[in-house]
Design a protein around this ligand. Structure first.
Ligand SMILES: Cc1cc2nc3c(=O)[nH]c(=O)nc-3n(C[C@H](O)[C@H](O)[C@H](O)COP(=O)(O)OP(=O)(O)OC[C@H]3O[C@@H](n4cnc5c(N)ncnc54)[C@H](O)[C@@H]3O)c2cc1C
Length: 403
């Protein structure tokens, strides 16, 4: 068994873990990443058929990391967002001009985003152990002793900071004995790409239907990336029926704002649940990304929130000689908790509000959307939150490099 030391050990080289490794590159720290699945493994979540809606704030972080040029040609800008409630009055619109920005966000294929982040991690002098997994963790006052199984045999790594970034079903969280509130939504997200008759004009549509939210996100070549939330039995039907039947049901749910839906790509499904870790830091360890908070995909917030974790943690680490210093980790936790709570409440609240069958709630939400459309100030606050521009921003989100 070989033994070695590192300053920071990141468990999980998914989109969030890889972003952190890339962000830490200028700090001359010894960083190790342990990743269970190689980039081309079909089970690797960072390279699947989903698209990610990147908030404008995330673009700034990616740009400060120097990665935007590699991504820009694959990113479709979102100029407007249209929110509606199927079969009821009331819509809300958000517009880039009103926010004074070139775009509210960007839609990128995970097949483009994942490799850009992985390559950035590879180029940043990080030690990558892949495929590899964690066997045991022993937390001590001055380091975490982590037993890792690799293809070449077991390794023990002593690290000053253990970063847990192994996703919503984090086994490292369990090994650390950290509990999590897990709520199943009894909903499945069916994803695909469609080509509508009319051009999307760079508008993202979020439509609340009786079964759950339905998103159409603008993509290249006039296509839209679709995330359709359905109860499990309806999701099975949507996955198994033929393309014509699927497009007809989707058309019925979305309506005719973009004309006839002419083609669709392959369909995939994701069970949805809310995960909230009982704590996000402790002695010599910190949780980021989905390991700390797994969200419903409504409003496309999960990766954006994780990337803000990355920017804040990198900021705190840059200001401390010891990356696992207890006071620094407490600072990180206090900084991130309010953003986590706001986004969890926003996404979970939207899902609950718009799937309620209670008649007065249905009436009130139509009125709420109409009121939000009329009232500039709350709409602006809502837009800043979803764009990741609210609250105290870390250096990377302000365009300031760490070194
Ligand atoms: C349908 C859908 C649509 C979405 N759309 C958006 C969107 O538009 N915008 C947005 O911001 N977010 C979106 N999200 C959320 C976003 O995909 C996630 O928040 C993000 O991918 C989380 O990244 P992560 O790196 O924290 O976790 P993961 O992507 O789960 O990565 C975890 C990594 O850890 C590895 N791993 C797991 N266990 C171990 C172990 N024991 N040891 C080592 N490695 C391990 C895994 O192989 C993986 O590489 C969407 C989610 C869904 C389901």
């Amino acid at each position: 068994m070989s033994n070695y030391d590192s300053d920071i050990l990141i468990i999980g080289g998914g989109m969030v873990g890889a972003s952190l490794a890339a962000a830490l590159a200028p700090l001359s720290l010894r960083v190790t990443v342990v990743e269970a699945k190689a980039p081309r493994d079909p089970g690797q979540p960072s390279y699947d058929d989903r698209s990610t809606a990147l908030a404008y704030g995330s673009r700034r972080i990616i740009e400060t990391l120097g990665l935007w040029p590699a991504l820009e040609s694959a990113a479709t800008p979102i100029h407007g967002i249209h929110v509606s409630d199927r079969g009821r009055f009331g819509v809300t619109r958000l517009d880039r001009d009103e926010q004074g920005l070139p775009a509210l966000g960007y839609v990128v294929d995970n097949r483009a985003l994942g490799p850009v982040l992985w390559r950035a991690m590879e180029q940043s002098q990080v030690e990558i152990l892949c495929p590899a997994g964690i066997k045991a963790i022993n937390l001590k006052r001055d380091c975490a002793e982590v037993s890792v199984s690799t293809e070449d045999g077991p390794v023990v790594c002593n690290t000053r900071l253990l970063v847990v970034a192994d996703g919503a079903r984090s086994t490292t969280r369990e090994l650390l004995g950290i509990g999590a509130d897990i709520t199943r939504y009894e909903q499945i997200a069916v994803i695909t790409n469609v080509t509508p008759e009319k051009y999307h004009e760079h508008v993202a549509y979020e439509r609340f239907t009786d079964t759950g939210p339905l998103a159409f996100l603008p993509m290249s070549n006039g296509r839209c990336s679709v995330v359709w939330t359905l109860p499990p039995d309806e999701a099975d039907t949507a996955l198994l029926c033929d393309d014509d039947q699927f497009l007809s049901a989707l058309q019925d749910a979305f309506g005719h704002r973009l004309g006839r839906l002419t083609r669709c790509g392959s369909r995939h499904s994701y069970p949805l649940f809310l995960v909230k870790a009982a704590q996000i830091s402790g002695e010599r360890h910190v949780l980021i990304g989905n390991a700390a908070h797994g969200l419903h995909p409504v409003a496309g917030q999960g990766f954006n929130l994780g990337l803000r974790d990355v920017a804040a943690l990198a900021d705190v680490i840059a200001d401390n000689d010891d990356p696992g210093d207890a006071i620094a980790l407490r600072r990180y936790t206090q900084w991130r908790e309010s953003d986590h709570d706001r986004v969890i409440n926003l996404t979970d609240g939207l899902v609950r509000l718009f799937t309620s069958d209670f008649a007065p709630v249905k009436l009130a939400r139509g009125a709420g959307l109409a009121a939000l459309d009329l009232l500039g100030a709350p709409r602006g606050a809502f837009a800043r939150q979803t764009m990741g521009l609210r609250g105290r921003l870390p250096r990377l989100a302000r365009g300031v490099p760490l070194r």
